[in-house]
Write a protein that binds this ligand. Structure first.
Ligand SMILES: [Zn+2]
Length: 149
């Protein structure tokens, strides 16, 4: 199975690389995430960022601040750009994976925003939350995150 092979998980669709990275992050966090929107989806609130590979939303309704921080940290260490969207009625973490092919244009812009310490939204506001000490991407071949430039 190649990196682009489609995988279905919790009612969402992912490319194999993104699925592997989510599983890796869950193992690090020590619990299973509640998956909202996956990849290859076109949710009205996502401005097309989910139409390609590499994207996932993790539902955060009812989760403690500590648990939300744990999910964010685990996703970022796996090689995702990730942000907590504290939107009333739709609290979730939006994440885009570095190192996969076929990421939608809007999501690629968000990867740039993440490296620039921004929030990945239209106004590109500062995001001062945790970043791994060295930049990371997911390696499909090695089945783990690796350093990137
Ligand atoms: Zn999203």
């Amino acid at each position: 199975m190649g990196a682009a092979t489609k995988v279905h998980y919790q009612g969402a669709t992912f490319d194999r690389a993104t699925f592997d990275a989510i599983k890796w992050a869950q193992r690090l966090a020590g619990f299973t995430f509640t998956i909202g929107q996956g990849s290859f989806a076109n949710g009205s609130l996502s401005a097309g960022t989910h139409t390609g590979a590499g994207t996932v939303d993790v539902g955060c309704a009812g989760l403690s601040h500590t648990k939300i921080k744990k999910i964010l940290r685990a996703l970022k260490l796996a090689g995702f750009a990730a942000w907590f969207r504290n939107w009333p009625g739709n609290q979730h973490i939006h994440a885009v994976l570095f190192g996969v092919r076929g990421v939608a244009a809007g999501a690629r812009d968000q990867l740039v925003d993440y490296d620039n310490g921004r929030d990945g939204l239209a106004w590109h506001r500062p995001d001062r939350s945790f970043r791994p000490r060295s930049k990371r991407r997911w390696s499909f071949r090695l089945r783990r995150p690796v350093k990137r430039r």
